[in-house]
Design a protein around this ligand. Structure first.
Ligand code: NZQ
Ligand code: ZN
Length: 380
């Protein structure tokens, strides 16, 4: 096993009816006024907002709120939220929502102390401090509630980019799978596809840490089983909880221990797709690109891909494993071709150019512009 560092300071409070603890959890740190950040308003229809603000009030915590974070969140909205936070003199940020809300909250927390929040994505300013961040997760998918990464889009420049910082871990994240029981099916499968994809990005990377590979395989099987159960029984709490905790674990550092930082080529290709087609959900792009990427790179890494096919899908060949994955996505009603995303073949060169804006992708094999074109052609 290669040498490695593992660090994850996020306190997770998990389970039914845990949202009512948010006031107590924030007051333990002595904060008196928070900025509540949320998205399109689902939290106001499903009881999550009411449970959170009642708890804040009971603990004597003042709050101001800023809504309107959109799926595939954009930098201009984060800039407005930073101004609002400064005008209201808040001590901390409370993100209530899915990955988009939490990601934008991380950018706002850091942006509070910066000249311009987009600079952290370009690498022209460094984060030296950030407002403390608390989260209430309403959609298990990205793992943002338990990691230090954030992704925003700059629509004018067609850049969907990420940042990460040791100052951007949430202090506490509440995960109540009960509030995900009525998620639209599209969001449930997005959670399954994204969390599986986070494991793929690390499992197929160079490195051989048997505990990591074994944990990854167990999590992949657990996610698949949970989503299959939910497809027949959306109110199954055990499956919701299994999916929720697996999704958090999938990108909290654990699934990539001693795996050389992971691959992440497919995520970069997907971010190029969402930059041009913001209506495409992150996980939908991943469902389209992952099987194609696997077909393209698996001949370079037959041992790992064979092991994956066998241990996750009980398939005897690599192609059998990739087919099983594609069939699974189809069964879940996830798109598996660019065509299903309404993307023209003529867009492929533009998307490929965007995906490699920061340089070559991948790890075990370097993926350049021509490789991305070929992968997207397979995905078409
Ligand atoms: O806007 P609201 O009203 O909150 O509705 C959301 C949104 O429309 C809805 N939703 C969330 N919880 C719900 C609910 N609807 C009903 N009931 C609930 N309980 O779901 C929609 C999608 O939400 P969003 O937050 O956009 O989805 P997701 O969690 O999949 O986040 C996707 C974003 O995260 C980024 C993606 O690129 C994308 O921008 N990622 C972040 C990562 C990270 N920070 O580590 C890693 C990922 O790879 C990913 O790139
Ligand atoms: Zn992802």
């Amino acid at each position: 096993m290669d040498n490695f560092k593992f660090y994850n300071p996020v306190k997770i409070v998990f389970g039914r009816d845990t949202i009512s603890r948010i006031g107590e959890l924030i007051s333990q740190f002595g904060f008196k006024k928070v900025l509540i950040l949320y998205g399109g308003g689902s939290i106001k229809g499903n009881g999550v907002y009411n449970a959170a603000v009642s708890s804040l009030s009971e603990s004597g915590i003042d709050f101001v709120e800023f809504g309107g974070v959109q799926p595939n969140p954009i930098v201009n909205h984060a800039r407005e939220a930073v101004k609002f936070a400064k005008n209201n003199d808040v001590d901390a940020v409370l993100a209530i929502g899915g990955g988009s809300v939490i990601d934008e909250a991380k950018a706002i927390s850091a942006g509070y102390y910066l000249k311009d929040v987009w600079n952290i994505f370009e690498g022209t300013e460094t984060i030296k401090k950030a407002l403390p961040l608390f989260t209430i997760l309403t959609l298990s998918a990205t793992g943002s509630e338990m990691n230090s990464y954030g992704v925003l889009t700059n629509p004018e420049e067609k850049k969907k980019w990420s940042f990460g910082s040791a100052f951007s871990y949430p202090l506490v994240s509440i995960i109540d799978p009960g509030v995900q029981m009525k998620l639209p099916w599209r969001q449930t499968i997005n959670g399954g596809v994204d969390s599986l994809s986070h494991i793929f990005e690390q499992y197929f990377a160079p490195g051989h840490a048997e505990p990591t590979l074994a944990i990854d395989e167990a999590l992949m099987r657990t996610i698949i089983k949970a989503v299959n159960v939910l497809q027949d029984d959306e109110l199954n709490y055990t499956a919701r909880a299994d999916l929720a905790w697996s999704a958090s674990l999938a990108l909290c550092g654990l699934t990539g221990v001693a795996m050389n930082g992971g691959e992440w080529a497919v995520h970069s290709i997907e971010h190029a797709i969402s930059a041009y087609y913001p209506e495409v959900a992150h996980a939908e792009g991943l469902a389209v690109v992952f099987p194609a990427w696997m077909k393209y790179v698996s001949p370079d890494n037959p041992e790992r891909f064979s092991r994956w096919a066998k241990n996750v899908f009980d398939a005897d060949t690599i192609d059998g494993g990739i087919d099983a994955l594609t069939n699974l996505f189809t069964k879940w009603k996830a798109p598996t071709t660019l065509r299903e995303l309404n993307i023209e073949k003529s867009a492929i060169p533009t998307l490929a150019k965007n995906a490699v804006l920061k340089g070559t992708l991948g790890n075990s094999r370097k993926i350049d512009y021509n490789d991305v074109v070929k992968i997207l052609e397979i995905a078409y």
